[in-house]
Design a protein around this ligand. Structure first.
Ligand code: ATP
Length: 428
């Protein structure tokens, strides 16, 4: 048996409104099934008797509303049952949201009333924001709604690779192992795992995403009534707080769920009190949320990129492609001064334009860089365009002027322009 927690086959009896919190062993997967009763994982009910396999290192909880018997096979780092959870308060929020969705659905022609809830989940790092977002989405999908999931967390997002903000409709409860299906998410590329290197670009992208969603909602009463659930970053101080306010405003959020921080709750309540249609709600953080240090987050980002190319269970087959230097047009966004010093009044410092496009020539530093493939037809559309996907540069041959890159599939890239940030990935 592996070191750490218990291993082998064993059964756990869950009382009503209790949860089994599990950290899968870092070295081997864990199999689990429901033998009796009903249970769910972050809002998604698990089918009875069927074994599910959870990858090494995964942290999750199996919750039961009415009691269940769970069987586990394999090693865990830890597993324990908890009878104190905030689940009742979370499901109460869901019930209020359901009421608003039904109200919206009943008045499809009224431009205001037809808008379902736009929920934004905010709070410090490791407060359970992604998990609560997921539960609210899965519960809504279970009732037949197709809410839109918007993930603004560019560090640890759950729709696509890090460095991006993204949105996708959720049509079915989210799979506890496979996560969110990657059909055609709407993705904007920032290029960095935190907004710091270009805060203004982050705002510009949130605005672009909001505009596209607004347009989609205008033509789709069903998704308009279902509303959205917006997950945010754990950066809530100073500029991070400003970015939160900007996101609330840009996406017209009308329900603000604040997890686990009194100060943030009172600050938001205070600034938003003049807006009668915005509710700020304080929610308790779950004791099960696992704290992740910097190195764990970095590793998680690495895995997200790997998953993009190889799939969660290594079931994708990415393709290694070769291109001439001249086939690829690569840009960086921001940096560089806006105007030459000579064009400015004496004594003035040139300001960096955050959305300026800088053409980059191929260099050694690009080895392992992860680049986004823009849908833009012309360079001046790059900032406002979403991206089709990503490639990773694996080899650069300066003599033959050829570049080798990994892409999800063979064949031509879906766009001519590539965007580079600070993301890199080294296959291990
Ligand atoms: P971030 O700091 O990245 O913004 P977050 O606030 O979104 O984090 P989550 O990602 O929701 O936090 O949770 C952190 C980790 O804790 C995740 O691995 C999640 O699966 C785990 N987790 C959340 N709730 C529980 C629970 N009740 N029992 C066990 N594990 C949990």
């Amino acid at each position: 048996a592996a070191a750490g927690g218990p291993s082998g086959t064993r059964q756990v009896k869950l009382e009503r409104e209790c949860e089994l919190r599990i950290e899968v062993s870092p070295d081997s997967p864990l199999r689990l099934r429901v033998l009796a009763g009903t249970a769910e994982i972050f809002g998604t009910e698990i089918a009875p008797e069927i074994w599910l396999s959870f990858p090494p290192g995964l942290k999750f909880a199996v919750f039961s509303w009415y009691g269940a018997t769970i069987e586990m096979d394999g090693a865990t780092e830890t597993d324990y049952t908890a009878d104190e959870t905030p689940m009742i308060s979370y499901v109460n929020v869901h019930a209020v949201l359901e009421g608003r969705r039904n109200r919206a659905k009943a008045s499809p022609t009224d431009s205001d009333l037809s808008q379902g809830p736009r929920v934004i989940v905010v709070g410090p790092t490791d407060s359970g924001k992604s998990t609560l977002s997921r539960m609210l989405l899965s519960w809504a999908a279970k009732q037949g709604w197709k809410p839109t999931f918007v993930d603004l967390d560019i560090g640890q997002g759950s729709i696509t690779i890090p460095g991006c903000i993204a949105a996708t409709p959720i049509e079915l409860p989210i799979d506890p192992v496979d996560g969110i299906p990657l059909e055609m998410p709407l993705v904007y590329f920032h290029g960095h795992p935190n907004p710091g290197p270009n805060v203004d670009l982050y705002k510009v992208l949130v605005k672009e995403l909001a505009q596209i969603l607004e347009r989609q909602f205008a033509g789709n009463a069903e998704s308009r009534a279902a509303g959205m659930v917006i997950n945010t970053m754990g950066w809530i101080e100073n500029v991070g707080y400003e970015l939160l306010l900007h996101s609330i405003d840009a996406l017209k959020a009308n329900v603000i769920l604040v997890l686990g921080q009194e100060k943030l709750f009172s600050m938001l309540k205070d600034v938003l009190k003049s807006k009668p249609n915005v509710d700020v709600v304080k929610l308790q953080k779950s004791g099960g949320v696992v704290t992740r240090q910097g190195n764990v987050r970095k590793k998680a980002r690495h895995y997200r990129i790997k998953e993009y190319f190889y799939g969660i269970s290594n079931d994708f087959s990415p393709h290694s492609n070769t291109a001439n230097f001249s086939d690829l047009t690569i840009y960086r966004v921001g940096g560089g001064p806006q105007a030459p010093r000579s064009a400015l009044p004496i004594g003035a410092e040139p300001a960096a334009d955050p959305t300026r496009l800088v053409h980059v020539t191929i260099s050694k530093d690009m080895h392992h860089a992860v680049l986004a493939v823009s849908f833009a037809k012309e360079p001046d559309q790059i900032i406002s365009s979403n991206v089709a996907g990503f490639i990773c540069i694996t080899e650069i041959d300066f003599d033959r002027k050829k570049i080798t890159y990994l892409a999800p599939s063979a064949g031509e890239l879906p766009g001519r322009f590539l965007i580079m940030g600070s993301l890199a990935w080294l296959e291990t």
